[in-house]
Ligand binder design. Structure first.
Ligand SMILES: CC(C)(COP(=O)(O)OP(=O)(O)OC[C@H]1O[C@@H](n2cnc3c(N)ncnc32)[C@H](O)[C@@H]1OP(=O)(O)O)[C@@H](O)C(=O)NCCC(=O)NCCS
Length: 188
């Protein structure tokens, strides 16, 4: 088991096959909360769909192109944070995250993303990380802003929210900015 403790109650654990049940239960209990932002919610119909997700996540981890970590709060799965694209040629990664609705508002994802960025820009030596989120997703933008990301652009009608095309906001953070202290204090 690969894990990283963030604080007394919160731990990140590399997703493993035996986590599939916990992932499925959390998705199933939060369908209305997650559906606007993720196409995969309606495609997650039973535990075997979550098993397949974990299998692909582990294959990506082995290739070095993805990392997916469960966020565990007081021993309960609260959400997932990860880099679903790690490009080792261009030295950048794209980060994504979600929480069960009742775990929001406690800084959990901000702290989890902070730890993931330390891994990507520190340990793995990447140059840049990105967060992309729908223009109407204020909570997701809040995570990027709290961590000191720069808003770099607006991609017109580049995502789907509730079946409608919507603009996507692009946030970026460079390794040198992260080292210089942007994000310092965020989520602590
Ligand atoms: C996006 C999402 C993960 C953000 O969750 P969140 O709870 O707002 O983010 P955090 O866990 O970082 O918590 C931040 C909140 O906790 C508060 N907070 C409390 N203690 C804190 C601490 N120590 N550090 C930082 N924030 C803290 C912040 O003030 C903020 O509160 P606010 O909601 O009043 O602004 C969540 O809304 C979600 O899962 N949405 C659906 C899926 C989704 O949209 N994913 C992103 C797709 S791009």
């Amino acid at each position: 088991m690969l894990s990283h403790r963030i604080d007394q109650s919160t731990e990140l654990k590399l997703l493993e096959r035996h986590h599939a049940g916990a992932i499925f239960r959390l998705v199933d209990a939060n369908r209305d909360h997650l559906r606007p932002w993720f196409f995969w919610v309606d495609e997650t119909k039973n535990v075997s769909d979550s098993e397949q997700f974990v299998q692909k996540a582990l294959e990506g981890f082995a290739r070095g192109t993805e990392i997916h970590l469960g966020i565990w709060v007081d021993g309960e799965m609260a959400g997932i944070v990860g880099a679903h694209t790690i490009d080792r040629i261009k030295c950048y990664a794209e980060i994504g995250y979600w929480l069960g609705e009742r775990f929001q508002g406690r800084g959990i994802v901000t702290r989890a993303v902070r730890a993931l960025i330390d891994e990507l820009l520190g340990e793995r030596g990447l140059n840049r990380v990105e967060i992309r989120c729908a223009a109407s997703n204020r909570r997701s933008q809040g995570v990027a802003e709290r961590l000191g990301f720069r808003r770099e652009g607006r991609l017109k009608k580049a995502t789907l929210v509730r079946g409608e095309f919507e603009d996507l906001l692009l946030f970026g953070m460079l390794a040198e900015e992260w080292r210089a202290g942007k994000g310092e204090g965020a989520g602590r």
